[in-house]
Ligand binder design. Structure first.
Ligand code: HSE
Length: 307
């Protein structure tokens, strides 16, 4: 195989109680990328459509992730990358992660899978480092593994895939403002109290248990974030109203998607996810905030070949 076209899913990181460690992949929104082998060494970004992003390899998240891949590979050639960017940068649904993980996943396929998924996550994390100053894995891991993933440890990197209950749907609304992850990290405190820790790890354990047990009520009871959400939500238009109305419409829980400004809700079944979407839309329409909205099943497969 000389060329491959892949779908790279958007992702929801943190999922309320799992800051920097939990994430999930979406089905209905993502980028498309075409990767081609070249005899010339190195990585060349030949085309980006949909968004104005840097073509220079060292300044592009897919380029940087690709270089990390090549450095560990015995392959003597290089790759060309074309990106059809459908996820808006700064939206909070893993735009940079889709590009960086899509690039390395596709290269791995073209070379007959020399690397494990865990190694691909490590390469893709270099793209996250470029985009947000921190090599967090909570978007790239679900993009590569699919479903929900837990980063149990960063050093050494340990990714735990978590089963996804079959009726779980996500609704994500993106108010049309851009928030850079690097900026929304700067406003966070660097310490938490013991009491905040206790609440947060109780909920994280509850959420993981709920996902394993297909216990939707437990999932709902656990979707809280007492540490990051109160700080970051100030940057997001009508966050409290969107969340309150989503819960009223039947969502199991709701919170900030990644570093925002997108807001997500999880629901049991597509019908409720649709009602949640209506309530979110109405909230923004009433106050005149422009938005994009997505309803998606949790994507269990992750990045996939489409041509
Ligand atoms: N865990 C990261 C953060 C995700 O919240 O900053 C960024 O998408």
């Amino acid at each position: 195989m000389e060329e491959i076209k892949v779908f790279c899913p958007a992702t929801i990181a943190n999922v309320s109680c799992g800051f920097d460690v939990l994430g999930l992949a979406l089905d209905s929104v993502g980028d498309e990328m075409t990767i081609r082998k070249t005899s010339e060494k190195g990585i060349r970004i030949t085309k980006i459509i949909g968004q104005d992003l840097p073509l220079e390899t060292e300044n592009n998240v897919a380029g940087v992730a690709g270089l990390a891949f090549l450095e560990k590979s015995s392959y003597q050639g290089g790759f060309e990358i074309e990106i059809d960017k459908r996820i808006k940068p700064g939206s909070g649904i893993g735009s940079s992660a889709a590009s960086s993980s899509g690039a390395v996943w596709a290269m791995n396929e073209l070379l007959g899978r020399p690397f494990t998924k865990l190694e691909l996550v490590q390469f893709a994390m270099q793209g996250e480092k470029l985009a947000s100053d921190v090599a967090h894995a909570d978007n790239v891991a679900p993009a590569i593994y699919g479903g929900f993933t837990l980063v149990r440890s960063y050093e050494p990197l340990d990714i735990i895939p978590i089963p996804t209950p079959s009726e779980l749907y996500a609704t994500v609304i993106h108010p049309q403002i851009e928030i850079k992850t690097s900026d929304s990290r700067k406003i966070l405190k660097t310490t938490i109290s013991m009491q905040q820790g206790i609440r947060q790890w109780g909920n994280l354990g509850g959420l993981v248990a709920g996902l394993f047990q297909n216990d939707y009520d437990l999932i709902g009871r656990s979707l809280h974030d007492h540490i990051v959400e109160p700080i970051r939500s100030i940057l997001i238009p009508a966050f409290d109203d969107i969340k309150a109305n989503a819960l009223k419409a039947g969502a199991l829980g709701s919170g900030i998607s990644g570093s925002g400004p997108s807001i997500f809700a999880l629901s049991k079944g597509e019908e409720i996810a649709q009602k949640v979407a209506e309530s979110m839309k109405e909230t923004y329409q009433t106050i005149g905030v422009d938005f994009d909205i997505h309803i998606s099943k949790v994507n269990r497969q992750g990045i996939k070949k489409i041509a």
